[in-house]
Design a protein around this ligand. Structure first.
Ligand code: ZN
Length: 346
């Protein structure tokens, strides 16, 4: 990226009301068959337009073609039975009915590659594509086959790598793996979580990112955050090993979070997507509030490695709120960009 402080989002944006019920996770599609395919592509174009017109530099599909950031990928794999559902505790936080792994998992065909190719054809801007990370995938399933979280994570890493290589070939500039589970299972992160993530990005020449956050602004997450105390030091557990890893970019939650900014020092050398938009509130940040967060992060990230971003996906927000937040992000980044280029000229 030649732009200083290039802006992007964590991934998802609200869907239009004609495609799916807004402000709902796992919202069922309102269209079917060919109409659904066309509707998803139209929604993708709208999401792209909303990002471009707000001035976002690195654009995405807004996750318009998937129902959920983890489940949709899993739905396309064999070895997983979606009829046979079990209730599990997700990220040690809330119970959900999830599908069951009943046999060897395999990726029979590409999952998002056609969608990525479609997005690539619509824009010349750099594009980022999000995939779930191996550890977050296994945490959203019941496993009656491998009976080992680690073993299943390695299997998923291989399948994710197949998908990632094809996304790269389709012209994706940054492939991002979403690993909110990295903020919960610290021993596993260090034992095999980061290693399986590196397996998922093996051989890629495009840039790679890992998004680690405190989740969407849903009640289970905001309740959990209330239990975390005055300082959120979860990142501290994974950062030393991530700093040593081959991942290029780390995407973090910083706006209105109680994460001490100096933790970012632990990943010095990596590019950092600094979350400067809170997705857990409908209040739209002022550009100055965004700028303030970015300035604080600049103490621990070199300016050429700082990528202003959102804390997490915006799928559950009203569309007008998400649009306002995109504009606040670019306006806040512009303030700091101006300050940096002014300082350079002195
Ligand atoms: Zn997130």
């Amino acid at each position: 990226m030649n732009t200083l402080l290039p802006t992007s989002t964590a991934g998802s944006l609200p869907k239009p009301t004609w495609l799916a019920q807004p402000e709902t996770l796992w919202s069922p599609w309102k269209l079917h068959g060919d109409a659904l395919l066309e509707g998803k592509q139209d929604a993708l174009c709208l999401a792209l337009h909303e990002q471009s017109s707000a001035g976002i530099d690195i654009v995405s599909d807004g996750e318009q073609t998937r129902q959920h950031f983890v489940t949709t990928f899993i739905e396309h794999l064999s070895g997983v039975d979606f009829e046979n559902r079990q209730t599990v505790r997700i990220r040690d936080r809330y119970d959900a009915s999830v599908p069951t792994v009943v046999g060897t998992v395999a990726r029979r065909k590409p999952v998002f590659v056609d969608d990525a190719r479609f997005l690539r054809a619509q824009t010349r801007q750099p594009i980022k594509w999000a995939l779930p990370g191996p550890m977050t995938m296994i945490d959203t399933l019941y496993d009656s086959h491998y009976k080992s979280r680690e073993k299943l994570a390695w299997e998923f890493a291989v399948l994710l790598n197949q998908e990632a290589r094809e996304l790269e070939a389709a012209g994706v500039d940054i492939i991002q793996f979403d690993e909110p589970a990295f903020n919960v299972f610290f021993d596993e992160v260090n034992d095999w979580g980061i290693a399986t993530l590196e397996r998922a990005l093996e051989g890629l020449k495009c840039e790679t990112a890992v998004h680690i956050c405190y989740g969407y602004g849903i009640k289970a997450n905001t309740d959990w955050k209330k239990t975390l105390g005055a300082e959120w030091r979860q990142y501290e557990k994974a950062f030393p090993k991530l700093q040593q890893s081959s991942i290029d970019i780390v995407s973090l939650e910083c706006q209105n979070s109680r994460v001490p900014m100096d933790l970012i020092e632990l990943i010095r050398g990596k590019k950092v997507m600094v979350g400067a938009i809170d997705v857990a509130t409908h209040a739209i940040e002022t550009p100055e509030a965004v700028a303030d967060t970015l300035r604080k992060a600049l103490a621990f990230v070199d300016a050429d490695k700082l990528y202003p971003c959102t804390n997490c996906g915006m799928a559950p927000l009203p569309r007008s709120v998400a649009q306002g937040k995109l504009r606040a992000l670019t306006a806040g980044a512009a303030i700091v960009r101006q300050e940096l280029s002014g300082a350079e000229g002195q």
